[in-house]
Every structure is written in structure tokens, then in C-alpha cells.
Design a protein around this ligand. Sequence first.
Ligand SMILES: N[C@@H](CCC(=O)N[C@@H](CS)C(=O)NCC(=O)O)C(=O)O
Length: 225
Amino acid sequence: MIKLHFHPSPNPMKVLLMLEETGLEYEIIPVDTLKGEQHSPAFVSIAPNAKVPVIEDGESVVFDSNAILLHLAGETAQFASTSGPARAEVLSWLFFVATGLSPFSGQAMHFLHMAPEEIPYAKNRYLKEVVRHYAVMDERLSKREWLGGDHYSIADMAAWGWLNMSPYMFGEAGLSDWPNLERLHSLMSERPAAVRAQAVKDQFTFKQDFDEEAARALFPQNYAV
Ligand SMILES: N[C@@H](CCC(=O)N[C@@H](CS)C(=O)NCC(=O)O)C(=O)O
């Protein structure tokens, strides 16, 4: 059975959704990142970057949400075409999310909600990059049903993890400025697998308070002397 090392944050949620979509058997191993459990020697031995998600799938250990999505798509032959133009589209949009939407959204959230001081330039820079990425996806989705093209794919799942965070960046308006993106997000969130993924997430209790302990656990390099 696959072991998913998990915290209910955007990158692990992509993988939880994929596991639910594929119907693979898995068990959740909670990693409370606000308590610093990602730095335990046992975890770092399988996750050299000390971040979730990681999966143990038989003899394969895979870290990074996007690598995991590709791995599971390959193992199950689901949610990514195996060759040709259809695969090229899925790969392009998966990596657009992996290298653009994900890190810019993460930094926007950081400067909006976690930075110990108000830095308007940083807030503006990252939020505007999220807006730019949303606009690129919205334009794509005005022409194609799914990010990866004609079929629901791991590119959409990768985006879903971060689109869930739009209210934390844009308040109640959420994705309403990007109607095609909002359509994609609603369609995906209503899928039985997404509903199950949210329910699985809610079965576990993690530290909620972003206090001094959490800041030191998440950003130890900021406190190094
Ligand atoms: N590129 C990695 C990023 C992983 C990542 O940043 N994970 C966050 C949760 S979304 C985490 O583990 N944060 C805890 C920490 O940074 O210590 C991926 O896509 O899996």
C-alpha cells in the first residue's frame, strides 16, 4: 500500500486528489509541519528537501508533488497521455504550475500572512505574479476544457491544490475575476474524488496557530545565527 506523508497544505492536496482519482490504496502518514516534524531525521532520510508530500510506493520513494503526480500517472496509465502532442500539452501545463503558479502562490501567501513585517513591494510582486498566472490559465481555459487540453489530467490536479488558496489571497472574490478558471475549480471540487480528498484531510488534526514555534519550524534558516 502507498504511504503518503501528508500535511493539509496545497502540494500534498494535489497528491491526495490523484490517489482518490486513481483509486489506489494508500495510508496517510501525518507530518505536522507547523510543529517541525518535517525536520525529523527519519523524514529527511526519505525527503531530502524536508517538505511534504512524499510517497513510498513499494520500492519507489518519490518527493515533490509534481514528480509524484507523474510517477502515479505512469504507474496507473491514467490522467496523462503517454506520448505525442497530448502528452506535450499535459507536461507543459504541469510544469507551468510546478514552476510558476505553485511557488508564486506560496510566496504571495507568505508575504500576505506569515512575514513578520509588512513589505509592500514583496506583497505586490508575488500577488501580481499570481494574477498573471491566473490570467494565462484563464485564457487557456477559454479555448480548451482542461488545462492539459481535451482531458482531465495531472496538470489540472496540480493547479487545484493552489486554486483552493485563492480566498486567502483575494478574499471572498476568490477566482471570480477569472471565470474560466473558476469554472475549472468548481468542476474539479465537485468531483467525488475531490470531495473524498477534502473529507480525508478533515480526519486529521494538525497545529493551526501560526505562532513563534510554527515560524521557527517552517523557516529555521531565517533564525540561524
Ligand atoms: N516543490 C515541492 C514543494 C513542497 C512544499 O513546499 N511543501 C510545503 C507544504 S505545501 C511544506 O512542506 N512546507 C513545510 C516547510 O517548508 O517546512 C512540491 O511541489 O512538493
